[in-house]
Design a protein around this ligand. Structure first.
Ligand SMILES: N[C@@H](CCC(=O)N[C@@H](CS)C(=O)NCC(=O)O)C(=O)O
Length: 226
């Protein structure tokens, strides 16, 4: 059976993407969660990841002795392995768009990603308001994402109609918009609700909200509860 190595569900946005794809398409896999250390450089997280992935990062997928690392490469591999399922949309034009927006997420949106780290269980609305006022790069990233989302074929649907890899790539952003209460349009909120209601997303978010572990270097905006 395939094995997917991931990190903390509350914080690890890259882990979330292939995990959602595996769950959403009901592909059998074993999940191995290696938690980040509480303080940077401590613990055995890095050593344990390096035992299976010389790149030292998660997510990583092991399948029949093969290692596939990097969230996008994993999703591409899964799409290739399960052609009977539409992990990417079947329509060539939609597929090209889905690949383009997923690649754009994979390599871009650095202001949003660096200022608003994924933290599903947190409520950082006040922080979000301040960040929004102070960082034009954040506002530009959000505007671009909203521009992408509004292009989906139906307001009630996913980015390409049915759930696909593209939605998995934007799912961590959905949680960031919620955690930091970023001021997005009604149309975007509609899409966010659609994603939040997907059973795979519900399962991840539920597990994330149950995690008690506090990773200090991923919590720049709040202190642990005493
Ligand atoms: N571009 C990579 C990014 C992977 C990545 O940065 N993973 C983080 C966890 S979300 C990680 O393993 N960090 C541990 C480290 O850098 O030591 C992907 O898409 O998989």
């Amino acid at each position: 059976m395939m094995q997917l190595y991931i990190a903390n569900k509350n914080y690890s946005s890259w882990s979330m993407r292939p995990w959602l794809v595996l769950k959403a398409f009901d592909l059998a896999f074993e999940e191995i969660q290696l938690n980040f250390p509480c303080e940077r450089g401590e613990g055995d997280f890095k050593q344990r990841v390096l035992e299976i992935n010389p790149n030292g990062k998660v997510p990583a997928l092991l399948d029949q002795g093969m290692l596939i690392w990097d969230s996008l490469a994993i999703c591409e591999y899964l799409a290739e392995q399960y052609p009977e399922q539409a992990l990417w949309p079947r329509d060539v034009q939609q597929r090209a768009w889905a690949r383009s927006i997923s690649a754009e997420m994979h390599s871009g949106f650095t202001d949003l990603r660096s200022l608003c780290g994924m933290n599903i269980r947190a409520n950082l609305a006040e922080v979000g308001t301040k960040l929004w006022q102070e960082h034009s790069g954040l506002r530009q990233d959000v505007a671009r994402i909203e521009h992408i989302w509004v292009e989906r074929p139906a307001v009630d649907g996913f980015l390409c109609g049915e759930f696909s890899i593209a939605d998995a790539f934007y799912a961590p952003v959905v949680t960031r918009f919620m955690t930091y209460a970023l001021p997005v349009s009604a149309n975007s909120q509609h899409y966010m609700q659609r994603v939040m209601q997907h059973p795979a997303m519900r399962a991840w978010v539920h597990a994330a909200s149950q995690e008690a572990m506090w990773v200090n270097y991923l919590e720049p905006y709040q202190k642990p509860a005493k």
